[in-house]
Design a protein around this ligand. Structure first.
Ligand code: EPZ
Length: 421
């Protein structure tokens, strides 16, 4: 096992580059199952979840891998498709449920291990199944596997009970090869869905309305391969904005998307952080005091739940009181007891956290629990006095590419070490 060791107190300076988006790359890589030809993806982040996705594609019969040992290009070729997504891969990455739509569209059959819950909640998939049934799929459950069967999927008018990112992505991938038109209502609006639709349209699909809550998909008979560049990772970029702010530094976050981060940037502005977009990214600077704010997570374009833990780290040092309402996941406060070990003053009641600013944090050993909770502990450790050790950083490596190297290049005293305990 490995840990990160951080000596806090160094203001971040200089440029920090943003990698390709994990949450766009995962569905876009799985969408290769739908294609009749090979595809070359660029700007794919080198993460554990991407390695898991490539392994899943190979298990399903599609050769998939990075084109070299250090770059960010991945090729996926069509192959003789198998229909089973095995438990040992699905349990390490819930997003594997995204093979359901493509397998049903291509094979008319799919056996996908139930993803199970994870640290941040039960995360059921009933919205995916109900919507796929409307396209003509029939599901049974057998010893922990979802088994789906269908003749040719037929387009129809579908309304989700609430916006689900994965559900919207699964249905887009099922509908692109279905008979006729599919309409998805109350669809999720996250930018990663827009990137998936742009990729599929570049392969010959006919999708419109992505980014709004009503998406139209006109089924086609086949999709070609090609090449595609994954969009930048707005959550990684937001993590860097917050890291620079908590250290009182001044950085340019290179490749930072602006229109996809308006909710975060508005909140950071309220707290007293200066953010100036420029032609290659965003300058972030914080020299004065931080002011407490109130925030609740919501579906896009609201404040993203994937940045909730990270902004809470910044709030621990803000003057006055801040509140966080987590409205997306039922258990996304795993970072709170760990932030408290660093001296934060946070009270939880249900989905609400009340954070009273403290003068400073003090380094201590802490434990990572999920991708974004880990990032929150890194942000807090960068500002804490003395040494912070973050254990179980395999959680962090699922979602961040070379995080400690990027932060060290901007002046942070942070390094990775063996954790022999
Ligand atoms: C995606 O997860 C992201 N993952 C998550 O990022 C992100 O937090 C989430 O969207 C919300 O923005 C990827 O894109 C790979 P949902 P997803 O379906 O698709 C409930 C990260 O850190 N729900 O929009 O699983 C669900 O339990 C990860 O990068 C149902 O109840 O999210 C959750 O409470 C973490 N039934 C809420 O809806 C369903 O059928 C939102 O889930 C589907 C979802």
């Amino acid at each position: 096992m490995e840990k990160l060791v951080i000596e806090g107190g160094m203001p971040l300076r200089g440029n920090i580059p943003v990698s390709g988006s994990k949450n766009a790359a995962l569905p876009i890589l799985f969408a290769a199952i739908l294609l009749d030809g090979p595809v070359l993806y660029h700007n794919v982040p080198r993460l554990r979840d991407i390695a898991t996705t490539n392994a899943m594609l190979r298990t399903l019969g599609c050769p998939a891998d990075f084109t070299d040992a250090s770059g960010n290009s991945v090729t996926v070729a069509p192959g003789a498709l198998r229909n089973e997504a095995p438990y040992d891969l699905v349990r390490t990455m819930r997003a594997s449920v995204l093979v359901l739509g493509p397998l049903l569209a291509r094979l008319g059959e799919a056996r996908v291990a139930l993803p199970g819950g994870c640290a941040i909640g039960a995360r059921p998939v009933e919205q995916h199944l109900k919507a796929l049934e409307k396209l003509g799929a029939v599901f049974t459950l057998d010893s922990g596997y979802i088994i789906g069967r269908c003749a040719k999927l037929r387009g129809t008018d579908i309304s989700f009970d609430f916006p689900t990112v994965g559900g919207t992505e699964n249905l887009i991938m099922a509908a692109v090869l279905a008979e006729g038109e599919t309409i998805l209502r109350n669809a999720a609006r996250e930018p990663e869905i827009g990137d998936l639709a742009a990729f599929l349209n570049s392969c010959g699909a006919k999708i419109s309305g992505q980014g709004s809550d009503v998406i139209h998909i006109q089924g086609v008979t086949s999709l070609r391969g090609g090449a595609y560049r994954i969009m930048p990772d707005r959550i990684e970029a937001g993590t860097f904005l917050l890291a620079a702010a908590i250290t009182g530094g001044e950085c340019s976050i290179e490749g930072c998307p602006v229109e996809e981060l308006t909710a975060l940037m508005a909140k950071m502005g309220e707290m007293g952080v200066s953010l100036e977009p420029h032609d290659t990214g965003v300058n972030v600077r914080r020299s004065g005091i931080l002011r407490g704010v109130d925030m609740s997570t919501r579906p896009y374009p609201g404040f993203p739940t994937d940045l909730q833990a990270q902004i809470m780290a910044l709030m621990t040092l803000a003057e006055g009181t801040s509140t966080v309402e987590e409205r997306i996941f039922e258990n996304r406060f795993m970072h709170v007891p760990e932030l408290s070990r660093l001296g934060a003053d946070i009270k939880l009641s249900g989905s609400r956290a009340v954070i009273r600013g403290v003068k400073h944090l003090t380094g201590a050993p802490v434990m990572a629990s999920d991708i974004r909770a880990s990032a929150s502990l890194v942000i807090a450790g960068l500002a804490a006095r003395g040494k912070t050790q973050i254990r179980r950083i395999y959680h962090l490596d699922r979602g961040y590419e070379r995080l400690e190297k990027k932060l060290a290049q901007a002046g942070a005293r942070i390094f990775r070490a063996e954790d022999n305990r």
